[in-house]
Design a protein around this ligand. Sequence first.
Ligand code: AMP
Ligand code: GLY
Length: 422
Amino acid sequence: MRILVVGGGGREHALAWALARHGHEVIAAPGNPGIAELAECVPVAAHDVPAQARLAGERRVDLVVVGPEVPLCAGLADLLAARGIPCFGPTAAGAQLEGSKAFSKRFFARHGVPTADFDVCESMEDVERALARLGGEVVVKADGLAAGKGVVVCGDVASARAAARGMIVAGELGEAGRRVVIERRLRGRECSILAITDGERVVMLPSAEDHKTIFDGDEGPNTGGMGVVSPTPVVTPELAERVRREVLEPTVRGLRADGIDYRGVLFAGLMVDEDGAPSTLEYNCRFGDPETEPLMMRMAGDLAPWLIGAAQGRLPDEELAISPRAAVCVVMAAAGYPATPRLGDEIRGLVAAAALSDVRVFHAGTRADAGRLVTAGGRVLAVTAAGDDVDAARARAYEAVAQLSWDGAQHRRDIGARGRGA
Ligand code: AMP
Ligand code: GLY
């Protein structure tokens, strides 16, 4: 098949690699220097929806796989559907599950998907009413996409009020925060589960655990994700089954009941209480980044039949073949990340790192510059390794990281080490 992969980060590099190694012709837009080693890259921005649709038509691709949420929320899948081009990724209506917290919370309430009690607020009067009802142990969430900055976990009424005022009145997050969700703060263990759906059936992907903060030991500010281990003991088979029954299947039924034909990834962020009951914190409408990098390392067969199957409303009947081996991805980030990443530092050691067996160095934020490769984003490389178990994969990933360097490079030393005394 000829497949257009929309995006240019580590997730898209991993998807392009997984598809190209099974003989598919991959075009990426915009792609990146890593993707350019295995696919044609066309300089069209991921969020330029009309230009992406035009490219897909001109190149007569069999399938478009959309990496990021922004083009999905902006209706890329709708435009492709109108042109008869199969798209892996939901329409704008479906992408609201990620694009609007108010939409998703009301959707959960309407369809019995477990979630924390909440109110949607558009004014400080609404906020006072919500806080009087819910108390101060709440989480304030901007309605719209806020690049990871839209959620404030609060311990008392004063801080919740301040967070809501910053968003609604001061407009700190622009339009994204003019409306907020205030919800009860939950306690428990967090985990995420990714699944693929064709609008009817749900195929769960292997478990993967992100490490969100910048520093070891889960310290420091949140990032887009500093590393992932797959599988993770956090998602037991029993929990996965409960999430399928109590969260994913009701979601797909609810989408259908609402007239939304959802074809793509359902990526649920969950809080699990001490009785093992999951509650839905959020949905993403796309593959996770960096979750996708280790997941692609674990695909034992060709993923394309699942992607095109979902896009055409009919997933294959077989089981998705997953390698029993583990994978660990360590993100190497630029100096100053996450607040103010510095760009343009020269990256060294790629050839030596890539020469290690069981290692793939996915490019997340890189740029070719006069024969050199330089940092071009907060997260720069997603260094991913496979191994017979998590410890072996982890050791191999860090061997590769040790080969790589640039001024101010940062990475966590404890990816995949939770609960292992490291
Ligand atoms: P979200 O984007 O909605 O997943 O929120 C980002 C992060 O905020 C989550 O990963 C949790 O750590 C935290 N969070 C969100 N909602 C809640 C909640 N109701 N209770 C406790 N923590 C939450
Ligand atoms: N790694 C979290 C995300 O993709 O949103």
